[in-house]
Unconditional design. Sequence first.
Length: 218
Amino acid sequence: MGGRRKPAPRIQVEIAVVATVAAQFTSCPGLRYLDAGTSFGRWVRNEMNRFKRSVSKIRQQVAVVLSVAAVVVVLGCGGDESGLGRRYKVTGKVTYNGASVPHGTVTFVPTNPSPKDGGRGATGQIEDGSYSLSTTGDNDGALPGDYNVAIVAMDIDMASAVSKGAAGGKIHEGDAAHQKAIKNAKKLVPDKYGVSETSGLKATVKAESNTFDFPLTD
């Protein structure tokens, strides 16, 4: 009675939709590259400013913002529980003197770590000469940037170490039998590739699907 008239329910719903999508757009770490410096980013922000200036055009703005929401769904949001930015797929092959390396580990170490991402690198297991990187798991890829690369591959004869008197017939990581097994392991690639600073292997991960092959030699 005499109080300010409340917006119609439909308009309230539309305002809520706009506010929710706008909040997602501005806070999603994975979409930070869509900033005001890009033509698409300028377009989005201009449309949002138009909405703020003219509530009477709410339906037009909802259409615009819902279009942005569709783009968000397609592009995905890199932000997750890890708090890291968007990661990009990194795959490739590892060979030594022309032959596929059967197993091992590929590690990407950032050359210029970002405080925001805590200097996070990425690793991947080599399987029959192929690998796929993970930063937090599930082959989520690597953060964009420059990396030094380390590759370790060896055959460890754990069965032999156990048969030579490991306590209880078991080997535990770090114990004498485990260390001896590693020391006597057959190296599948030269030791120089196992240290990122001396391997001579480098990669630049871009904001797209990436492929890096590493043909190792003596």
